[in-house]
Structure formats: C-alpha cells, structure tokens
Design a protein around this ligand. Structure first.
Ligand code: NAD
Ligand code: ZN
Ligand code: ZN
Length: 344
C-alpha cells in the first residue's frame, strides 16, 4: 500500500502536535501494517510531547501507544498474524527476545526494547507499522474503542497491582483515579481487594466510588497518608501510585502498611524524597513497575472481554488531539479519551 495518511506529529518538544500528511509506511520483512481504528490518549503521550524524560524520542515522531486496528498488510516471513486480525500496538513495541529479561517474562526491561509512540511511530495516525511478535491480540467481542485503554492503562495497572503482592481481602490504595486509576480500581475489585482511591478532584472520586472503591480520599482536603492509615487500620498492604505528581509519591510511601509494598507507576519528571528511617524500620518495599509482559497483556484483555473491567471512554477525532492533551495536563479528562478513526 502506498499513499498518504493523516497523522499528529511532535515536531518540537513543548509545542502543539502538527496535524499533517505523512507517508503510509510499508511493512518490511517481519513487520505488519495496521490500519488504526481507535487509540487512547495516555498521560505518557503528554510527557513524550513535552520531552519530559531523560531519554527523549527523536524528532519528529508520532505518539500514541493505545492503538487498536486491523492488520492490512504483512511483510515476508510473518506467520503469527494474518490480514484482517484485530491487534493492539502497545508501548512495548518490540524487544530482543533473547536476553535474560526476555527469557524470564521481563521483556519490558529488555535493553533493546523499543517503545510505541516514542522510539517507534505510534497510532496518532491512520496507519502504523508493528512487530507481530509483540502486538496485543484483541479477543473477539471486544470493540476496538474498548480495547484501546486496556493495552496501556489496563495492563499497567493490572501488572502494578500484582506487583504490590496484596492478597484478596487486603487493602490497596490507588493514588490517581484518572485514565490508569479508574481501571486500577476495577482490576483491584475483581482481584478481591479492598480499595481506597485517592485523587485531588471530587468528580474523579465520585466516579471512583461508582466503580467500587470502598473509601475515597481527597488529597487536597486531607493528609492522605493519615486518612488511609486510619481507614485501613494501619495502612494499605499495597499502594499503587498512578498520579503524575511528585507529592503523591511521598504520600504513597507514607500510607503503606508495615511490611507492605508501594508500587510506583506514575512518571512525572523529577525526584521525590524517601524517608529512609520509615522505609527501613517498617520493612517497606518500594518498587517501580513498567507496563506489563505479553502474558500480562493477554490476562488484562481477558478481564475486559469477560466484561469484568470496562474502560470509561470519551470518543474524539484525531484533529482534536491538542485540546485533549491540554485537558489531560489540567486534569480535565474524566477517565480516558479515545481517538475514533471510524468517524474521522
Ligand atoms: P491521567 O491524567 O488520566 O490521570 C492522573 C490522575 O491523577 C488524575 O485523575 C489527577 O486528578 C490525579 N492526580 C493528580 N495529582 C494528584 C495527587 N497529588 N494525588 C492524587 N491524585 C492526583 O493520567 P494517566 O494516563 O492515568 O497516567 C498517569 C501517569 O502514569 C503518567 O505519569 C503516565 O506517564 C504514567 N504511566 C506509567 C506507565 C508505566 O508503565 N509505569 C504506563 C502508563 C502511564
Ligand atoms: Zn500509556
Ligand atoms: Zn531482551
């Protein structure tokens, strides 16, 4: 397939994306071409467009790592997917497949990993290339728009919850009830956990309650660490911090129960102070977590296909991507915006 497509492109860090024509890429050996049906807009796309992180993508690039679409062309040697399959092109775009991490289900930390919408062009475009060995396989019956948020926000929080080691009947505190957080609450509930949701927006907290959060805490109105310690009788066994705000990290450590685990998932640029005595004397585990493996992805998608977890989505056109990023920056997105390519 040759020709032009519409894409939203980061040409300069910190500037609005440029909506422009771009050549439709053609799949080389071992690659596939995907025609985008839907793509969620993650807060990570905002960090990428601003150049927030130490390792920056090469300009110009096309963001978007919650892209779902149909395989429309395959390069030579591809056998694992066929034309017409519905796939997702996630943040973990590809990895080496052979290192110690790839061999043990930790391909997310492979030194050769490539990232969709970051080091490889993403799905804020009508077409994109993908590595068939790393695409998400969307279960039959799950619509593209509903699958989109699962392939980043869903898998990241599902994996992050597992990484807290919190067990059914125990407490998890979820800091940030936005795109990631609203799915985290649902995964945590189906995993049998008691959930405390923390945000700085009362609307998000009301929504968190409707999704099953047992307790909600507004971090602006209360000291969230003491509120969680009190409500849970000593702190949450697991804490998952999705808030893109540094202050939430120190608070998250402070609400972790003795011998509990605090999992860091949000990625605001910068550093946060760690109260060393508290961490040591309370035997806390502080752990980073980065998206999830392909197996985690399959599990996260199953929950959605079974109707146990459902992304709350607002559909928008690709052309409104800059307004959406602006709203994300100001906390004005209720849960997840999904770009809908059907209506364009
Ligand atoms: P979002 O903007 O949809 O949601 C963030 C939520 O945090 C909002 O509801 C906001 O009100 C809330 N919040 C802001 N400040 C807060 C505070 N001080 N305390 C509590 N809540 C607060 O963003 P998102 O798409 O859910 O992404 C969240 C973060 O996770 C981003 O930094 C993103 O880059 C990161 N992320 C990490 C991974 C990973 O693999 N580790 C994957 C995806 C996203
Ligand atoms: Zn993401
Ligand atoms: Zn590897």
């Amino acid at each position: 397939m040759t020709g032009k497509m519409q894409a939203a492109v980061v040409e300069t860090f910190g500037r609005p994306l440029v909506l422009r024509e771009w050549d439709i890429p053609s799949p080389g050996p071992g690659q596939i071409l995907v025609k985008t049906e839907a793509c969620g807009v993650c807060h990570t796309d905002l960090h990428a467009a601003r150049g927030d992180w130490p390792l920056k993508p090469t300009l110009p690039f096309i963001p978007g790592h919650e892209g779902i679409g149909l395989v429309v062309a395959i390069g030579s040697g591809v056998t694992i997917v066929k034309e017409g399959d519905r796939v997702g092109v996630p943040w973990l775009y590809s990895a080496c497949g052979h290192c110690e991490f790839c061999l043990t289900g930790w391909e997310t930390v492979c030194a050769k990993a490539q990232f969709g919408g970051y080091s490889k062009n993403g799905a804020f475009a009508e077409y994109l290339l993908a590595d068939p060995n790393y695409v998400a396989h969307v279960p039959a019956g799950l619509a593209a728009k509903d699958a989109a948020p699962i392939i980043c926000a869903g898998v990241t929080t599902y994996k992050g919850i597992k990484e807290t080691n919190a067990r059914p009947g125990e407490w998890i505190a979820i800091s940030g009830a936005g795109g990631l957080g609203h799915l985290a609450i649902q995964y945590a509930k189906v995993m049998g956990l008691h959930v405390c949701a923390i945000d700085i927006d009362d609307g998000k907290l009301a929504h968190a309650r409707s999704l099953g959060a047992d307790i909600v805490v507004n971090a602006k109105a209360n000291d969230p660490a003491s509120a969680v310690i009190q409500a849970t009788g000593g702190g949450a066994h697991g804490v998952l911090i999705t808030a893109p705000s540094l202050i939430a990290f120190k608070q998250g450590v402070g609400m972790t129960r003795k011998h509990g685990t605090c999992v860091l998932v949000g990625l605001p640029p910068g550093e946060f102070p760690l109260p060393l005595f508290e961490v040591v004397a309370n035997c806390l585990t502080i752990r980073g977590s980065f998206v999830g493996s392909r197996q985690d992805m399959a599990e996260a998608l199953s929950f959605a296909a079974e109707g146990k977890v459902k992304a709350d989505i607002e559909l928008q056109a690709l052309s409104s991507v800059n307004q959406i990023l602006d709203r994300l920056e100001h906390g004005d997105v209720a849960s997840r915006v999904v770009l809908d390519f059907a209506g364009k």
